[in-house]
Design a protein around this ligand. Sequence first.
Ligand SMILES: *Cc1c(COP(=O)(O)O)cnc(C)c1O
Length: 708
Amino acid sequence: MGDKTTGGLDRFRLIAAFLVVAIHTSPLSSYSVEADFFLTRILARLAVPFFFLVTGRFVLAEYLAENKASFTPILRYLKKILILYGISILLYLPIGVYAGHYNELTPFSFLRMLLFDGTFYHLWYFPALIIGILLLSSLRRFCSLRAVSVVCGLLYFIALLGDSYWGIASRIPAVSNAYESLFQCFSYTRNGLLMAPIFLLLGVRLRNIKPDSISKCVAGFLITFALMTAEGFLLRHYGVQRHDSMYLLLPVCSVFLYVLLLNWRCNPSGRLRTLSGWIYILHPAVIILVRGIAKTTNTVWLLIENSMAHYLTVCVMTLLLSWLLCTILARYRRAPFEKNRAWIELDYQALKHNILVLQSLLPEGCDLMPVLKANAYGHGAVQIARALKRMGIDAFCVACISEGIELRRKGIRGEILILGYTHPEQMALLRRYRLTQTVIDFDYAVKLNQCGKKLSVHLGIDTGMHRLGERAEHLERLCEILELPNLVVKGAFTHLCAVDQEDLKSQSFTRKQAQVFYSTLDALRARGYRLPKVHLLSSYGALNYPEFAGDYARVGIALYGVKSAEKDYDRFHVDLHPVLSLKARIASVRELCTGESAGYDFSFTADHPARIATLTIGYADGYPRILSRGNGCVLIHGRRAPVAGLICMDQMMVDITDIPDVHEGDIAVLIGTSEGKTIFAYEVAERAGTITNEILSRLGARINRVWT
Ligand SMILES: *Cc1c(COP(=O)(O)O)cnc(C)c1O
């Protein structure tokens, strides 16, 4: 995420964490009770809602706002929170035992502790987060976002009455009785059921908000915060509060704070996010530690009795401890530097854009079934599949069984259709990995059937390409296939083979293919066979003949943001964004005197003093060797450097005589943009005498794939 609007949020997390520490140490209590109330019971009450809000924004927003988004990222987040909660429980277990928290433990009180109150005072936050998230995502399955908002508002109202407005609720006997039973289940209404939902939801609702003018944000925040302060002091004055963690104005004030923070332009920092989390978890332990230190060193008068000194000591020690822990953990889990040699950068937004563009071309009811064969055309099948899942896509195509198995092993669910041949010996694997096999022709169907167990298949129908599929004319055979007891036919498809050309012959051939396909399906249906999903469009099919749609479009190359060749027929002139860039490091820069050569076979000889750079990529990585001897170019600092001599297996040289200030470690762009200049995959393909599909799909396994 290079989004500068989120950097301020990350920084404020740290401040929020220290505000939470203030709640638990009361830094101003030595000086003024009022000032301390203001700091810890009003100002610091912004901290936890802020944490909920950003979680809503970054974890829940997509799922709640877009009705097809996948739940998997939320599940992954919940798992992380559960682990943190588990670690925290273990960490505070000995302290809790020592303090006697578990003395009168019944199963019910244990559950209440685990789900609502937390096993140590600050740990209520984790179950609250989990319950809030689960509550919102399950509500969203049944009702609109608006309805969910109303529910959250109501829950917060109930929470308020049991918290800062208890004095009012407690006067009405019926209400008061209802709350007494609630308080059997939890000590405070400040929990995942009543308080967390509204703030999580606000985060979701704020997902599209842009930083507004800073003066408006400051004014909005100051006014609402002043009102909240007044609210707090009034409630305190009249002794209405049972607990003081929520105010009527807290949600409004949090919204203004959030928008204000979007104006704080700086780079996002994952490090600060982790750090603030550990500060939250560790500070109560440090409070105990500081007490111990004060007693043993006879500094109670300073470290405990002076509230400010106490607070600062706890803050500094917690910060140091958390920082140390973060550093150790980071070292322990540091991945190898991905941009060390040659790498592919994947653009998530471009992928999302292409999905939307393709979906908008296709009629309602036709879903995308992205083609992830050949390592997702070189982009990295697992990465692309995971990103697509996040965008709500749940059916994929691959070319062969090993590709399907790899996706399954990496946790990709949904339908995976193998478009090509699977050897009968491997049919058991089709079942084990729940893969769907294409029926290649009648004889193959019989073999599939002989394996004796039920297999999911899509029926391939040949309408003129004559590659795979049973011939459309063989209606009887198609029926026989559909009668085979072990084949569970989940769909039928054909492949169009002339959709990328505009000439009349291609157009009429394509119409014929589609017509043959649909009339064959009609004939099969007329005989009572069910074919749940039918599909025929590939990328060019979707681009040029969306009217033939069907239930799925098997899009490949267009999904990745390019056509096969720039000049190809593209009826609607859609704007696709390339997903992939290919980059490599410069390993060495050296000068050549006139007459010296570089590389194998004297393939580059300097006819004047020259400078060359050696790149860490070669033909084994998929950069075509035919681009040797100046046929290909790369971009360095936004300028073109022609390939010098013969491309080697793992390295290649480029001529940088005309490019100043090139150094070891600099980046060369082989496909993509460098300082405003771009080399498109089209150019590389054309110079290599092929199509982008071949260039991209041959990019090697040795290249790392990273999201930008
Ligand atoms: C490869 C393939 C596709 C995808 O083709 P693109 O032109 O890349 O969209 C679709 N269907 C079948 C059967 C394929 O083999």
